[in-house]
Design a protein around this ligand. Structure first.
Ligand code: CA
Ligand code: CA
Length: 302
């Protein structure tokens, strides 16, 4: 009889204790604070997880890929292997994880790494005030537009060079510039300015570079006057005469102002009659190229 009563009494006490017992055993595993800001040039960030009440199951920290401004793993940051992000069941104390920040050269908005804590078995047993942690990576790359090429002096006979702009993706312009190439042979001798314009969302600026195009070596003997164009403004037929230039392997080319070749022939005599009735009225560059020299002059079609 007494045994039955004691048993029943213990049962009632047990029922009364269950909510308290469950509450007291609920794991409290959380980040030490919610948000932090770091520069892109820091090497790493240490994230601390505090454990007020250990979980009875393994718990892991993972990245939530939900926000549009998310930093990208492998490009913006690196994490230890997922297995190193696990907090073993019943782990008593705080745990620290290291997130490695990658310092790139890309101009971008600030980007976030969102971390969360979750039970391995998928339960939502984790309670705590800071179930998520956000690391904002502040971009340290500034918009600095420049032309990277270092050559500042060319001959009128120099071959074309590929222009390199920083950051890439911009547009070059200026005399002798076609696309991303600079053709000294299309420039008159003297100072020439090359422009580079970048117009992107996070970077809008212009850079300019002055270069000299000089008449060098063999060209000195053959001046512009040695190329005689008759009439100076032509309708259909134009006569090209090379006064004091020996006729050996001389190529004659006509390019429009965008650098497109509209006519080409080899010169076989000192005087050539060109029928250019098929080209549109406008200004063209006449290129006279020998094996060791090159002369450019403008011609005009009515
Ligand atoms: Ca980045
Ligand atoms: Ca960057």
């Amino acid at each position: 009889m007494y045994f039955f009563r004691i048993n029943r009494l213990l049962g009632i006490i047990g029922i009364l204790l269950v909510p308290f017992y469950s509450f007291s055993q609920a794991p409290v595993v959380e980040f030490d604070f919610f948000m932090e800001f770091v520069g892109e040039d820091v090497d790493s960030v240490v994230v601390d997880v505090v454990i007020s009440q250990p979980d009875t199951e393994d718990v892991y920290v993972y990245v939530i890929n939900e926000v549009s401004s998310n930093a990208t793993i492998g490009y913006d940051f690196e994490m230890p292997s997922p297995y190193e992000l696990i907090i073993p069941a019943n782990h008593p104390g705080p745990v620290s994880f290291t997130i490695y920040i990658i310092d790139d050269d890309v101009i971008e908005n600030n980007e976030a790494i969102m971390l969360a804590i979750e039970s391995v078995v998928g339960g939502s047993a984790i309670t705590g005030m800071e179930a998520e942690h956000v690391i904002w990576i502040e971009d340290n790359d500034e918009c600095e537009v420049s032309i990277m090429n270092t050559d500042t002096s060319f001959c009128t006979t120099s071959p074309s060079i590929t222009l390199i702009g920083n950051p890439s993706g911009g547009t070059f312009s200026g005399e002798g510039v076609i696309g991303d190439a600079f053709y000294p042979q299309l420039c008159p001798p003297g100072e020439v300015t090359i422009h580079y314009i970048v117009n992107e969302n996070l970077c809008e600026d212009t850079a300019s570079k002055q270069v000299m195009v000089n008449i060098c070596s063999n060209v000195e003997d053959y001046l512009l006057e040695d190329v005689r164009v008759n009439p100076s403004i032509f309708l259909d037929v134009v006569q090209i005469e090379l006064a004091d230039i020996p006729i050996t392997s001389i190529e004659l080319s006509i390019l429009d102002m965008n650098g497109r070749l509209v006519y080409h022939q080899t010169m076989n005599s000192k005087v050539e009659q060109l029928d250019l009735g098929f080209i549109a009225p406008g200004i063209y560059n006449l290129l006279i190229q020998g094996s060791e020299f090159q002369i450019t002059r403008k011609i005009v079609k009515k």
